[in-house]
Write a protein that binds this ligand. Sequence first.
Ligand code: SF4
Ligand code: SF4
Length: 378
Amino acid sequence: MEYRSYRDTDCRPSLLGLGCMRLPTLEPGGTAIDYARAGALVDEAVRGGITYFDVAYPYHGGGAEKFIGAALEKYPRESFYLATKMPLWKLETQEDMEQVFNEQLANCRVDYFDFYLCHAVDAERFEKIRRIGAFEFLARKKAEGKIRRLGFSFHDKPAVLRAICAAYPWDFAQLQLNYLDWTVQRAREQYEILQEYGLPCIVMEPVRGGALASLCPEAEAVLKAKAPGRSIASWAIRFAASLPGVLVVLSGMSSEEQLADNLAAMSPFQPLTKSEQNALTRAVRIDKRAQRIPCTGCRYCMPCPFGVDIPGLFKAYNRCAAAKSTGRFLKESGDIPAAARPAACRACGKCARVCPQHIGIPEEMAKLRALEEKLREK
Ligand code: SF4
Ligand code: SF4
């Protein structure tokens, strides 16, 4: 495992971080964490050299902070770095911020956070940070020693990122950065803005919610020919970790297999060579033709008031699109009940307003509904 220094200090988190958004759950698709399996995953991560753990107030229906607090309690506090995030959407006043921040410390069973972020900042939330004085509140917490480094996670356009970086003396930022979004969602421009402001970058969604763990068969063939022993997901992890200025690459791991694969990609970490980068560029060009829906499975859009299983449907569709077999959509999504299928969507738009990927969810549901009807007619 590689450990990179935060701004040339003795703060040296592991290059691979454990994201706690998709921990093993008791029910498939549910939010209740399977403490036994998820606890074993954390222990295995620690044994593998991971020292950075990323959580947030709403993950797992609000249960992830309590879980990670319990899982890490047996380790010396200075042996790991803990990051969590302020749920700006819930807060209006200084009292709200004080109450939630103290709740988070109690949830996580710590008396300080190593990294603390304003969560999922876009133009609207940036305005809210200004309006409710969130930065000033958090800067006070930093002065009190309850926050060691203060940053924000980001989901918007490069111009908004520039304005946020210019507005306050942040310590770091967290970006969605992967080889697909590098050009599609202008992740490259965002990364370059952080470089310009000298802000260390924590990478989220390097595997795009699992979407880059498998590509279309022709694209996978290009990568397998180049590096036969490496998994497809490992290319995504190594792409992000190869960028200078990246401090930690987070991976939201759900299983022992994913953890083992990610650790293998990092132990030892070898940056992508020029010829590997060329192979990746070729594979991306081929895979883009599959036209998958850019859903990361974050579940911010859930629950749908009409019961639609939005991430489940998109995941099933993307599996078909990657394999170039959308005719298998009914089979691939067979475990999703009728009441949660695209026909249940009333196009209310609630989901699309909160989707950080800016997916036109009602429109995609209409397309999936049409696809289902066509397949059922056959
Ligand atoms: S637009 Fe459709 S999928 Fe989205 S919240 Fe409304 S009913 Fe649910
Ligand atoms: S549709 Fe958007 S909000 Fe919903 S799970 Fe996918 S990326 Fe997340």
